[in-house]
Design a protein around this ligand. Sequence first.
Ligand code: DX5
Ligand code: ZN
Length: 222
Amino acid sequence: MAKNQKLEVSILAFDTSSENIFNKQLEKMQKNEIEIVHYDVMDGVFVPNRAYGIEYLSTLYLYGFDTHVHFMVTNPWKWTKEFLHYPLNAITFHPEPISKLQTRLLIRKIQKSGKKAGLAFRPQTDINQYKNILKKADIVTIMGVNPGFGGQKFMEEITLKNLKLIKTIKDELNPSLIIQLDGGVNYDVIKLTHKYVDNFISGSFLVKQPEPIKVKEFIEQI
Ligand code: DX5
Ligand code: ZN
C-alpha cells in the first residue's frame, strides 16, 4: 500500500433487523479484511435522520474492529460524554453548530481519553476558518454528500475543492492528519480522489459487494 490508505465500512448501510443478521455482516467484513467500522450517529436535529446510539459499540470491540465514530449532532459534548465510556478508537464531530472555543476544547477532551479526535465538515462549510484547530487534530472527515443519509450521489465539484484545500492544510500544518472521505464513495470516486484521501469510508457501495476485499485491493493498486 503506497500511502497506507484504508477502507472503512459504514454500518449505516447494515441491516440491523436482528442481531444474527447484523453479526453475519460483520463477519463478512472481517473475512474480507475490513478492519475499521465507521459508526454514524445522528440526532434527528443536525440532520433529518436518526442513527445509532451506543448499542453496537461493544459488539464491534469484541469482534476486534477499530471503531471510528462520526457525530452528526447539534450537541457533540453531550454525546461525547456518553460515548467516551465505551471502547472506540476515534471520534469526528461537526463543529458547525458550536463555537470555535468549544470545538478546540472538545478535541482536547477526546484526545486526553486516549482516542483520536477530529472534525467532520458539511460540503458547504468554509474549512479555512478551522485551520488552527486542524493543526491539533488527528483526523478529519470530508463529506462527499450532505450528511444524513447513505446511498447519495457524490458531489464532485465542491468535494474536490475541499479535498485539495484539506490536503494543502495537512501538508503545511499537520502532516500526520488522517483525511477521511465519507459519502458517495465508489470505484470512480476512489480514482478521482485517491491523491488526497487516506481513509475511504463506504456504506451502500461496499456493503452490497459480493467480495468487499476487491475494493480494498483496488485502493491498494491505484
Ligand atoms: C452519511 C454518512 C455516511 C454514509 C455513507 O451522512 O455520514 O457515513 O453512511 O454512505 P454511502 O457510502 O452510502 O454514501
Ligand atoms: Zn459518516
